[in-house]
Design a protein around this ligand. Structure first.
Ligand SMILES: [Zn+2]
Ligand SMILES: [Zn+2]
Ligand SMILES: [Zn+2]
Length: 934
C-alpha cells in the first residue's frame, strides 16, 4: 500500500550522488585545485600563523611511482592537511634526489659500456640530468593525482645550483671542525659498479666460497720448539684465496691455547680446541709434538712477532699478531691478514704499526701486473674470482695447501648490481665519527632532542649511530657533486683550504657543480690557486664525488634553511624505516656535524608495502599494485583510505582484495555523508536555523556529547601521526553508531515532524554538527570526496569555503569534559538497547511481531541504571529504540519483556499511538501527524 501521505513528509533529498565515479571526477577536481591555486590559498589563509614544516625526503628520480611512494606521500599529505586545518602555515616543498649511481647506471645501459667509457664526464652528466628531470615530471604527475597538496611548481632538486653549493658549505663547516679526513682504508668496493660502497649500500646474502687451509712456514722457531728438527708452520684458514698474494700477517686469539701437531716431520700449529677436528678433516693423526714428555701447548702470546714466509712471494715475510676478532669456533684459530682487503685485518695491522699496506687489485677487480710483492705476481691481470682456483693450484704445487673445500656463508653484496663486493684499501674521504665527538653528540640528539614515532625507532637509529664505522663519503663516479679537493701538479700535494672552498661555493652558486668538470681551477680560484707546500699555481681538480646520501642529507641546509617559507630544524621528517641508515642518518650527521643539533624535531618511521600474503612486490610474482592504475580504476581516495586504515609504523599489506574491502568502507562513509546532506542541503543553515545546545532534545544532546568524544579521539590520533586510530574511531562511529543506531532512530522525527519545528530543527542541528565534524576529520583522508560533498553543504557547515583544504578544524559546541558527563546515560541507554534488540529478534523469529513499531517494551532495570535513564539527561527511549513505548521499573536485574503496542497504527507515520483518530478530515492519523499537517 502506497502511503497517501508521502507528499506531506520531508523525504531525503540531495544532489550529492550515491555513486562516486572517483576515477572520472577526481582529475577534474584536481585541475580545479591547480587552476585556482588551492595550495597557495591555504598558505594565504594561514599566513603569519605558527608554521608547521614537514620536510620532504626526496625520492630517487628513476622510474614511475610505486605503492610505497604513494603511501609515503599520502601520509605526508594527511599530516599537512591536519595542521593546515589547525590554522598553521604549512609550506610543503616536495623534492627529488637526482644524483647517484642508479641514474648513471641507466645512462651507461643506454649508451653501452664501451661508448659510455669514451664519453666525456660533462656529456655523461648532461645525459644523467636529462634522465632525472624527465623522471621527475613523471613522478610529479603521479603524486599530484593522489591529491597531495604542495608547491609542485617549485620543488627542490638536489641538482640545483643552490643544492650543489650547500653540499660544499656543509662540507666546509665539518672540514673546518676537523671531522673530515682523507684515509687509506679498506672499503666495500663493487668492481662492477667501480665504486666504493657505503654501509647502507650493502646487502647480505649467502655465497658459496672456497675454504682453504694453508701452511705458512715460520722463519724462526717459537719458544719451546727450538729443538724440534723439522720446520714449524702456522696452519691458517681463509675463504678468500685471492687475498693470499697480499698477505702481510697472521692473527691468533689472545690468551687462547695453541698446540703443535706433528705431521710428516713438521710441527703444525693450530688452536688446541680445534686441532683434533682439523686433523680428522685433513686426514692426519692427532699427534701433538711432545716436549719434555708433555704435549706442546702454549698460549698465543708465544707466537707474537714470529715471522713466516709469505706464501706467494719468495723473500717476503709476514708476522704473527694477536687480535680479538679471531674466531675460535671454525677453522684453525689462525687467520691470515690482508690489511688491504679487510677491515679487521686493517685495524689489527695498524695497531702493530704496519701502515705500508699492500693492495694489488685495481678498480675493475684485476690484479696489477708485476713480479714484486704489491702486484698480482703469478696472477697478474687476473680478476679476483678468476684468480681463486689458480692460487689454490699454485699452493697445491708448492705443497703448502693442506685442504680445500667449499663453504656457504653470508657475504656482502652490492645493493645495485647484486654482485658480491670486495674489500679494497683505497684513498677515500671520510667523516670521522669519533675524532671530534660526532658519534656522541648525534647519539645524544637522537635520545634527548628528537621525538620518534614509533618510540622504539630511537633505539634503532641510536644503535646504528653507536656502531657505525667512519662515514666514507667519496665515490668514484661522474654523476654527483665533486669533493672539492685539488692535487698540485708540481708536487702532488692535496690542496683544500677555506680559500679554495669559498671559491668553489661561489662557483657552484653561480654555475652549479658541472663547472667543476669544465672550468679550469685558475679561472675561478683566483688568489686561492696556490699550493701551500711548493708555492706552485698548477692545481688539478680531483675526480671523486660525494656519496649521494650527502646530497639528500644536507637538504636541511639547501632547502629548509635556504627557502624563506621553511624552517630549520623542521618539525617532522617521515620516511620508510630503511632511512634509519639512509636519509634520517645522513641528515642527522651533517646537521649535528655542521651545527651541533638534529635537523628535525620529530621523525615518523614507516614500514614497507607488501602484498596480501606479506611478500615483496615483484613483476615475476605478479603481485604489484600500481597506484596510477588504482587511481584510474577506483580513484585516489580509495588509496588514501587504505593508507589511513593500515598501521604504517610496521610493514603493511595491499592487494586487490584489500582494496575491494577498502572500497566497501568508502561506500559506508559516502552513504553517511549523503544521508546527512539529504536532510541539510537546501533545508537547513546552522547560522539561522541552528538550535542552541541547551535547547536540543535529550537524544540530540547525547549525540553531540558522543561526537565530541569521538572528535577528541580523532584529534589526538592525528596529532600523534596514528592514522589507523583516527580511521578506526571514525569508521566505528559512522558505521556502528551513526548508521545503525542514531540516524535510524532519527528518521521518524526528520520525515514526519513539521518543517521548522523544534523537533526537526534539533535533529538537523545535530546532523549539521556531525557533517561539519566529518568534513574536517575525513578531509586529510578523503580529500577529493570531502571537497565534492562541500558543494552540497550548508555554507555554515564548511566555513563558507569551496575547497576542503581551506577548512578550519571542527569545534564542538561543548567541551570534552561536558561531553563526558553524558557517558553514564549513553552507556545505560545502549545497554538496555542491546536487551531490547535481543527481545525483538526473539519475537520476530517466533512470528509474534514483524516491526519494532508494533511493540511496547516493559523493562526492569537496576537502581543505578534506573536513575540514569530517568534523570535529567535521560532520552526518549521509545524514539531511540524505534518502539511504541518503553515502560521502566526498578528491580534487581535487567530484564526486558515486549508486548503489543497500545493504540493503532497511524496511516502517515506508521507508529502505533493511542492518539490515532480523525483530525481535520484525515481519517486515521496520530495527533503528532495532525499537527504537522496543520
Ligand atoms: Zn655493483
Ligand atoms: Zn705543490
Ligand atoms: Zn503519525
Amino acid at each position: 500500500m502506497a502511503n497517501e501521505y508521502k507528499q506531506t513528509m520531508n523525504l531525503p533529498k540531495t544532489g550529492f550522488p550515491m555513486r562516486a565515479g572517483l576515477s572520472k571526477s577526481e582529475p577534474k577536481r584536481l585541475k580545479d585545485w591547480q587552476d585556482n591555486k588551492v595550495y597557495e590559498q591555504v598558505l594565504k589563509k594561514n599566513a603569519g600563523h605558527k608554521k608547521f614544516v614537514l620536510h620532504d625526503g626526496p625520492p630517487y628520480a628513476n622510474g614511475p611511482i610505486h605503492i610505497g611512494h604513494a603511501m609515503n606521500k599520502i601520509s605526508k599529505d594527511m599530516i599537512n592537511r591536519y595542521w593546515m586545518m589547525q590554522g598553521c602555515e604549512v609550506p610543503y616543498v616536495p623534492g627529488w634526489d637526482c644524483h647517484g649511481q642508479p641514474i648513471e647506471h641507466k645512462v651507461e645501459e643506454k649508451l653501452g659500456t664501451e661508448k659510455f667509457n669514451q664519453t666525456s664526464t660533462a656529456k655523461i652528466r648532461e645525459l644523467c640530468n636529462k634522465f632525472a628531470v624527465e623522471n621527475i615530471e613523471l613522478q610529479k604527475a603521479g603524486f599530484r593525482r593522489l591529491g597531495v597538496l604542495g608547491d609542485w611548481d617549485n620543488p627542490y632538486l638536489t641538482l640545483y645550483h643552490q643544492h650543489d653549493a650547500a653540499d660544499i658549505e656543509v662540507f666546509k663547516a665539518m672540514f673546518d671542525k676537523g671531522m673530515i679526513y682523507r684515509g687509506h682504508k679498506p672499503v666495500h668496493w663493487c668492481k662492477h659498479c667501480h665504486t666504493a660502497l657505503a654501509e647502507a649500500e650493502i646487502e647480505y646474502s649467502d655465497e658459496t666460497s672456497p675454504s682453504i687451509f694453508v701452511r705458512f712456514e715460520m722463519t724462526s722457531k717459537p719458544a719451546g720448539l727450538e729443538n724440534f728438527d723439522g720446520p714449524v708452520d702456522f696452519i691458517i684458514w681463509t675463504t678468500t684465496p685471492w687475498t693470499i698474494p697480499s698477505d702481510q700477517a697472521v692473527s691468533l686469539k689472545p690468551g687462547a691455547a695453541y698446540v703443535a701437531v706433528e705431521h710428516d716431520g713438521r710441527a703444525e700449529v693450530m688452536l688446541e680446541d680445534l686441532a683434533p677436528k682439523c686433523c680428522e678433516e685433513f686426514g692426519w693423526e692427532y699427534t701433538p709434538v711432545m716436549v719434555d714428555g708433555k704435549p706442546y701447548v702454549v698460549p698465543a702470546e708465544t707466537f707474537h712477532h714470529i715471522h713466516y714466509k709469505q706464501p706467494i712471494f719468495d723473500g717476503v715475510e709476514g708476522v704473527a699478531l694477536l687480535a680479538d676478532y679471531v674466531g675460535v669456533d671454525d677453522g684453525t684459530g689462525i687467520v691470515h691478514n690482508s690489511p688491504g682487503h679487510g677491515v679487521d685485518d686493517y685495524f689489527a695491522c695498524l695497531k702493530e704499526g704496519i701502515t705500508d699496506i699492500c693492495m694489488p687489485v685495481d678498480d675493475d677487480g684485476n690484479f696489477y701486473t708485476g713480479e714484486e710483492f704489491g702486484t698480482g705476481g703469478p696472477f697478474s691481470g687476473m680478476d679476483t674470482d678468476e684468480a681463486n682456483p689458480h692460487i689454490i693450484e699454485f699452493l697445491r704445487e708448492r705443497g703448502t695447501l693442506v685442504l680445500e673445500k667449499k663453504i656457504t656463508h653470508s657475504y656482502p653484496h652490492c645493493w645495485r648490481c647484486k654482485h658480491p663486493v670486495l674489500f679494497r684499501a683505497t684513498d677515500q674521504w671520510f667523516v670521522s665519527m669519533d675524532k671530534t665527538g660526532l658519534r656522541e653528540q648525534a647519539g645524544k640528539e637522537v635520545r634527548e632532542n628528537v621525538k620518534w614515532y614509533p618510540a622504539h625507532a630511537a633505539n634503532r637509529i641510536g644503535a646504528m649511530v653507536e656502531q657505525r664505522p667512519d662515514w666514507c663519503i667519496s665515490r668514484q663516479r661522474n654523476w654527483g657533486v665533486p669533493i672539492p679537493s685539488y692535487t698540485c701538479a708540481d708536487c702532488g700535494e692535496k690542496v683544500m683550504n677555506d680559500a679554495t672552498l669559498d671559491a668553489v661555493i661561489k662557483l657552484f652558486h653561480e654555475k652549479g657543480s658541472d663547472a667543476w668538470f669544465t672550468d679550469a681551477p685558475e679561472s675561478y680560484l683566483g688568489e686561492a690557486c696556490v699550493c701551500p707546500k711548493c708555492g706552485g699555481h698548477h692545481l688539478k681538480a680531483d675526480k671523486d664525488i660525494l656519496d649521494v646520501w650527502w646530497d639528500s642529507g644536507v637538504s636541511w641546509k639547501a632547502v629548509c634553511e635556504y627557502r624563506p617559507e621553511l624552517e630549520y630544524p623542521a618539525d617532522v621528517y617521515l620516511e620508510g624505516s630503511d632511512q634509519h641508515r639512509g636519509w634520517f642518518q645522513s641528515s642527522l650527521l651533517t646537521s649535528v656535524g655542521a651545527n651541533g643539533h638534529a635537523p628535525y624535531k620529530a621523525v615518523v618511521s614507516q614500514g614497507f608495502t607488501l602484498d596480501g600474503q606479506g611478500r615483496k612486490m615483484s613483476k615475476s610474482l605478479g603481485n604489484v599494485i600500481d597506484p596510477n592504475k588504482v587511481c584510474d580504476e577506483m580513484g585516489a581516495d580509495i588509496i588514501r583510505l587504505w593508507v589511513a586504515s593500515v598501521d604504517t609504523s610496521s610493514d603493511v599489506s595491499i592487494d586487490h582484495e584489500i582494496l575491494a574491502r577498502t572500497s566497501d568502507a568508502y561506500r559506508r562513509f559516502r552513504n553517511t555523508l549523503r544521508f546527512l546532506l539529504s536532510e541539510l542541503e537546501g533545508q537547513f543553515e546552522p547560522e539561522t536555523d541552528g538550535v542552541a545546545f541547551a535547547d536540543l532534545l535529550p537524544l540530540d544532546k547525547l549525540m553531540v556529547a558522543r561526537l565530541t568524544q569521538v572528535q577528541a579521539e580523532v584529534d589526538d590520533a592525528y596529532s600523534c601521526y596514528e592514522f589507523p586510530r583516527a580511521y578506526r574511531a571514525l569508521y566505528d562511529f559512522v558505521v556502528t553508531e551513526l548508521s545503525n543506531v542514531y540516524l535510524d532512530a532519527l528518521k521518524d522525527r526528520l520525515y514526519c515532524e513539521k518543517p521548522g519545528s523544534l523537533e526537526r530543527r534539533s535533529a538537523q542541528t545535530v546532523l549539521a554538527e556531525l557533517f561539519s565534524m566529518l568534513m574536517r576529520d575525513l578531509q586529510p583522508i578523503l580529500s577529493y570526496t570531502v571537497d565534492e560533498a562541500m558543494a552540497y553543504a550548508p555554507a555554515g557547515c564548511v566555513d563558507h569555503q569551496k575547497y576542503a583544504a581551506l577548512l578550519d578544524w571542527y569545534k564542538s559546541p561543548i567541551t570534552v569534559d561536558e561531553a563526558n558527563e553524558f557517558e553514564g546515560v549513553l552507556e545505560a541507554s545502549l545497554e538496555l538497547r542491546s536487551a531490547v534488540t535481543k527481545a525483538l529478534e526473539d519475537a520476530r523469529s517466533a512470528g509474534t511481531f514483524t516491526k519494532s513499531q508494533q511493540v511496547r517494551v516493559k523493562a526492569v532495570v537496576p537502581a543505578e541504571m534506573y536513575a540514569l535513564l530517568t534523570g535529567d539527561k535521560a532520552v526518549d527511549l521509545a524514539e531511540f529504540y524505534i518502539v511504541s513505548d518503553v515502560e521502566l521499573t526498578q528491580g534487581e536485574e535487567l530484564s526486558v519483556a515486549i508486548e503489543a503496542a497500545e493504540g493503532e497504527c497511524c496511516d502517515r507515520c506508521w507508529n502505533y499511538r493511542t492518539t490515532v483518530g480523525e483530525y481535520n478530515g484525515h481519517a486515521h492519523i496520530c495527533k503528532r501527524c495532525a499537527e504537522a499537517l496543520n
